[in-house]
Design a binder for this molecule. Structure first.
Ligand code: PLP
Length: 636
């Protein structure tokens, strides 16, 4: 557990069980040992048709745990409840889930259902998100907020007003001053009185990656002058009572409670000023930003971690709002947060398989010896003297000098190769010699490349796009010490399709030697954790690899203590082709026709079956037929 920092980022949902597998604790610390779900059993159940009730799904596999989602939601709510009670705060907390974090139907429906007892609502940032939020909230608590953020046109505002007329507790949050006129006109046209919020551009600046749009020059929200102008305009229109909410968002992954208190304190002052100007203020919406500890370091020094707990976050917010309101004798507002990352990150685990590994090294020196002797004759004088110097230094045990000569020898040989003087065998031999030298002097720790059946661009886009690190670890064999340093290389034909940075500042990950046969539960499985927020909607179709298969797994009584409540195979080749406007049915007919013409009747049925199968199956590798990845060694 210490090796992979599970005791940091994994608590309280992930641990290692007595079988050496990762176990999921669906109820956090309240989980009893017999309620822990063994992730390997989930993989077997999902992928192996021979496992009892096995589903035969192809990997990669996204496993969702609704119990974890429920636990996150309840933990967030009780952290605020506790802060409210212990600070003598006289209003309540009523959060919303920003659907942009993960719009998956079941996640949003779960959040509405689990949050219904405490009026938990939804936040939308676009028309499509608003439509889904309206539909989901229709089945939720009537007091739950429907917060409408984002840039708005008349259509968006009309939708929000329709939601209000349906008795959904809808607030239109002005992102720009110009939106006010549209809101006023549309509400008059539809005869629906709006509830209006405004997003303030705070001066408090979050300095991390996610804070680049915060501060005075930030992209979003209204300046002080614009806030005043909106308030005055509403007053002239006798609509100041419609202004009820103040919102701000200083960026995701707020690193410390000091910055948080600063931002909330500034916003609370604006809130109090609006109340003084006569607005019917009721709600302060502190946006998102509640961070999670991706690297388990519990520090505020990077975007990968935060230095506070849920309780500390809630305490800082409540104290900052109370302090400002008490000083100005303003009634304590309802505190709303739009925490997305902190709510959904933990609930899903992406599981993928390593299918082969390679060091990129040449053969060992012993097997290259005859070639070496042969290639010495071919070397130019300067390269040959580097070789002799290298050998002499090795004899004297001068290891640093060895490394120097090996480097020079290699460079000269590469030059000779480029000139066409040396052959491929010679270059391979010099590589082998240099690797051996490096290994002998301990200067190079060979790092193996593990080829994984995954597309980074689809399943962990933030790693590629913004350098976000996620905990990635093997989900089994954790009772055996891993001793191979590895990096991961995905299936795409793209040099960026590799994971060579890991939590804790590591440039490789300690992994086990590959053994077993890939596929159906017998291979080597890795999990990417804490990826439940943002990755799914941001992921693309690079190389036409689509999303993973998905299962929803809940705790249940029984021998395996879990039940799969939903299983969805990942998109097929036909699905991803369709997403790019191709027409798979017509493509199949055209290809079949051409095959008929060319094959002149022989073996048609077999070919047509294979063609149809290709359209219907997932684009990822199928191990029953996959060749080894290029450059793989025999340990795959
Ligand atoms: N609210 C707004 C307006 C946002 O822009 C975001 C995301 O950046 C969020 C909420 C969610 O933030 P987080 O995932 O950090 O909780």
């Amino acid at each position: 557990a210490a090796l992979y920092r599970i005791d940091g980022w994994g608590v309280p949902y992930f641990c290692i069980n007595s079988a050496g597998d990762i176990a999921v604790r669906p109820y956090g610390t309240a989980t009893l040992p017999h309620q822990e779900i063994d992730l390997m059993k989930v993989v077997r159940k999902a992928s192996d048709p021979k496992f009892s009730g096995g589903l035969g799904l192809r990997l990669p596999l996204l496993v969702r745990f609704p119990d974890v989602l429920k636990h996150r939601l309840e933990s967030l709510h009780s952290a605020f409840e506790f802060a409210i009670q212990s600070n003598g705060y006289s209003s309540r907390y009523q959060g919303v889930y920003p659907v942009k974090c993960n719009q998956d139907r079941y996640i949003v429906e779960d959040i509405v259902e689990f949050g219904s007892p405490f009026g938990f609502g939804l936040e939308a940032g676009s028309k499509a998100e608003l439509l889904l939020a309206m539909n989901c909230l229709s089945k939720g608590s009537p007091e739950a907020f429907l917060i409408c953020n984002g840039y708005k046109d008349e259509e968006y505002i009309a939708l929000a007003l329709i939601a209000r007329s349906m008795d959904l507790n809808t607030v239109i949050v002005l992102e720009q001053e110009e939106e006010l006129d549209l809101v006023v006109e549309t509400s008059q046209r539809l005869g629906v009185r709006p509830v209006i919020g405004l997003r303030a551009k705070l001066r408090t600046k979050h300095s991390g990656h996610f804070g680049s749009t915060s501060g005075e020059k930030g992209k979003f929200g209204l300046t002080t002058a614009q806030i005043l102008s909106v308030a005055h305009k509403l007053q002239r229109l006798a609509m100041l009572d419609c202004l009820q909410l103040l919102h701000f968002h200083i960026g995701s992954q707020i690193p410390s409670t000091a910055l948080l208190s600063d931002g909330v304190g500034e916003a609370a002052q604006i809130y109090c000023e609006l109340a003084r100007l006569g607005a019917s203020m009721r709600v302060i919406d502190i946006g998102g930003g509640l961070g999670i500890d991706y690297d388990g370091s519990h520090s505020s020094g990077s975007d990968m971690s935060v230095s506070y707990s849920l309780d500390e976050y809630a305490g800082a917010v409540v104290r900052a709002v109370k302090f400002a309101c008490d000083r100005k004798q303003v009634r304590h507002p309802i505190i709303c947060s739009e925490s997305g990352r902190a709510l959904v990150s933990h609930h899903s685990v992406l599981i993928f398989e390593a299918i082969s590994s390679s060091t990129g090294k040449s053969q060992p020196l012993s097997s290259m010896a005859p070639n070496l002797a042969y290639f010495l004759d071919e070397l130019a004088d300067d390269a040959r003297s580097e070789y002799h110097n290298l050998m002499a230094a090795a004899f004297r045990c001068e290891y640093e000098t060895c490394a120097l000569y090996a480097d020079q020898l290699k460079r000269r040989c590469v030059d000779q190769f480029k000139e066409g003087i040396l052959g491929l065998e010679h270059l391979a031999a010099v590589d082998a010699l240099c690797d051996l030298v490096a290994k002998e002097i301990g200067a190079a720790d060979p790092v193996k490349t593990y080829h994984v059946n995954l597309s980074l661009f689809t399943s962990m886009p933030d790693f590629w796009a913004i350098g976000q690190l996620f905990p990635i670890i093997p989900i089994h064999h954790l009772d055996q010490r891993p001793d191979v340093k590895g990096i991961l290389s995905d299936l795409t034909c793209d040099s960026d399709g590799k994971v060579d940075r890991f939590i804790g500042g590591q440039s490789s990950l300690l992994l086990h030697e590959l053994c077993g046969v890939p596929g159906a539960g017998g291979g080597y499985y890795l999990g990417m954790f804490l990826g439940g927020a943002y990755q799914e909607a941001l992921g693309g179709l690079h190389n036409l690899f689509g999303g993973p298969s998905v299962v929803r797994v809940s705790h249940a009584d029984g021998p395996h203590c879990f039940a799969v409540t939903l299983a969805v195979p990942g998109p097929s080749c036909a699905d991803v082709l369709r997403a790019m406007q191709h027409e798979p049915e017509m493509m199949f007919d055209a290809l079949k026709h051409r095959a008929e013409e060319c094959a002149a009747g022989s073996g048609d049925a077999l070919m047509f079956d294979a063609l149809a199968h290709a359209f219907h199956s997932m684009p990822y590798l199928d191990y029953s037929t996959a060749a080894q990845a290029p450059g793989s060694s025999s340990d795959g």
